[in-house]
Write a protein that binds this ligand. Sequence first.
Ligand SMILES: Cc1cc2nc3c(=O)[nH]c(=O)nc-3n(C[C@H](O)[C@H](O)[C@H](O)COP(=O)(O)O)c2cc1C
Length: 245
Amino acid sequence: MPDYQRSLGFLFLEKTKLSRKDLWRERENISPAPYFKTYPEAPKHPLPQPQWPPTDLFETLARRRSERIYSPRPLTLELLTLLLYAAQGVTAKAGRYLLRTAPSAGALYPLETYLLIQAVEGLPAGLYHLNLLDWALEELSQGLWGEDLKEAALGQSMCATAPVVVIWSVVPRRTMSKYGSRGMRYIFMDVAHAAQNLLLAAEALGLGACPIGAFLDDEVNELLGLDGIEETVVYLVSVGYPRRR
Ligand SMILES: Cc1cc2nc3c(=O)[nH]c(=O)nc-3n(C[C@H](O)[C@H](O)[C@H](O)COP(=O)(O)O)c2cc1C
């Protein structure tokens, strides 16, 4: 048998295929998790409302490239708010659902957005969590954590030199309580939508960004204080002014 067909990845794809006969089968019973996460004890930094410049989507698509070398120039809070709006901004309400710039399977939004900030005007360097309900950053801890993130990301220096690294975790129960194990596929689609929005916004704003999938999961979880079970890190994107511009 070929290696691929014996891999865990193949087994996952096979076992999470949806077929006609499954449509009537009882779902896995997975209890849900709260829809939002907040850190009520954390100091809160309100984000400005996003004001975007005119941009051309197709120009932006044509120009986007992964950018790994950044100038030390700090980002403004106005740029940061636009990046976060592109990734997870709330654009409409439908009942209890807060619909966002990026789609999400079942509008269940399994993502939590964290930031490692090293150079943003008006914000101390540190680790932050995006509070979507208040459109504010919750300050988890002050300090320069870039070297720690670099170590956890297998030595990738952009983690230590980028003014900002966006870190996405997921709370799988939010999606899996509705879709069972198939929901695990959707979670990764969700994070990719948010990340692509952010990558395009960075390009449109004259910034550079790079998606990062190579990292030691539990080392990044530890940095953020996540248990790695009920909530675990899945994707990183570094952002800054490209050095060449
Ligand atoms: C899921 C995923 C994970 C990635 N992980 C890394 C990474 O850990 N480090 C890195 O330098 N680039 C990473 N990249 C960026 C790719 O290397 C890059 O997208 C590819 O070389 C194509 O180049 P472009 O983005 O400039 O078009 C990743 C891209 C994706 C989609």
